[in-house]
Unconditional design. Structure first.
Length: 234
């Protein structure tokens, strides 16, 4: 589904990614781990087309998308739930959800529609007429996830999936991601809750100063908590 090879990126003269490799198979859940400023968001920006790579290759859904524009990559079926949600404060929940609805993966069965999103997040249905700006942080995150799902993406990316959310809402987001996983959705998630990520995901990549410091599966990460302390600070 996604193959990144030797990815390099910079902001002006300041290089931030140094030869990253990453692979996500269809139906897998992968994570990016690392302390603040290690390059997770920059990698995601490259995948989404917001930051042009200086070197390396990105292949997604059968295409070489290196250097493609963000809207072209989105149309190919990559959906981002961005850090800070970025929902429209002056549109209702329903309008936010329908603003970008599409069928990018060409799914015939199990297609996401409004009803299915409301079934996943009943809170959104209860508040469907509320403005985006009136929602709590957790509700905004549900809205951002629902909006991304309504594009029926091949790959769903969540940057800081549960950051700043109350514990109960965090649990609801984890429950939702587990449900999506069981339905075969391919997901790349950035978060700091390593235990939750081990339970949820198949593979993990730890970033350290723009380089991959460690890659492995959940049993390997679970078996070595010293990695978490060293690279994630938990
Ligand atoms: N727009 C920008 N211009 C210049 N430098 C930037 C920009 N955005 C990020 N950086 C720098 O790039 C490096 C990687 O940052 P990035 O945001 O990718 O890290 P991160 O692991 O996602 O951390 P965080 O969780 O804090 O977002 C950092 O040194 C950061 O200061």
């Amino acid at each position: 589904m996604l193959e990144v090879e030797g990815l390099e990126a910079a902001y002006g003269d300041s290089q931030v990614l140094f030869g990253l490799d990453l692979r996500i198979e269809r139906g897998e859940v992968a994570t990016l781990l690392g302390r603040n400023g290690m390059g997770k968001s920059s990698l995601i920006k490259c995948l989404c087309g917001w930051l042009k790579p200086r070197g390396g290759r990105i292949r997604f859904a059968g295409e070489d998308i290196t250097g493609w524009s963000a809207d072209r990559i989105a149309r190919l079926g990559l959906a981002l739930v961005p850090e800070g949600r970025q929902i429209f404060p002056n549109l209702s929940v329903r309008e936010n959800l329908l603003a970008f609805a599409a069928n990018r993966s060409g799914a015939i069965s199990m297609r996401w529609d409004l009803e299915r999103v409301y079934a996943l997040f009943p809170r959104l249905q209860q508040r469907h007429q509320h403005m985006g700006g009136q929602l709590s942080g957790g509700e905004q995150q549900m809205l951002a996830i629902g909006r991304a799902l309504l594009t029926n993406p091949h790959l769903l990316i969540l940057d800081e999936a549960t950051e700043g959310l109350a514990p109960l809402i965090r649990e609801e987001i984890w429950r939702c991601l587990a449900q999506l996983r069981s339905q075969g959705q391919t997901i790349l998630v950035v978060d700091k809750y390593v235990r939750r990520l081990i339970a949820l995901a198949d593979r993990h990549s730890i970033l350290e100063r723009g380089r991959i410091a460690w890659q492995g599966d959940s049993p390997a990460l679970d078996a070595d908590p010293s990695l978490w302390q060293r690279y994630v600070g938990v």
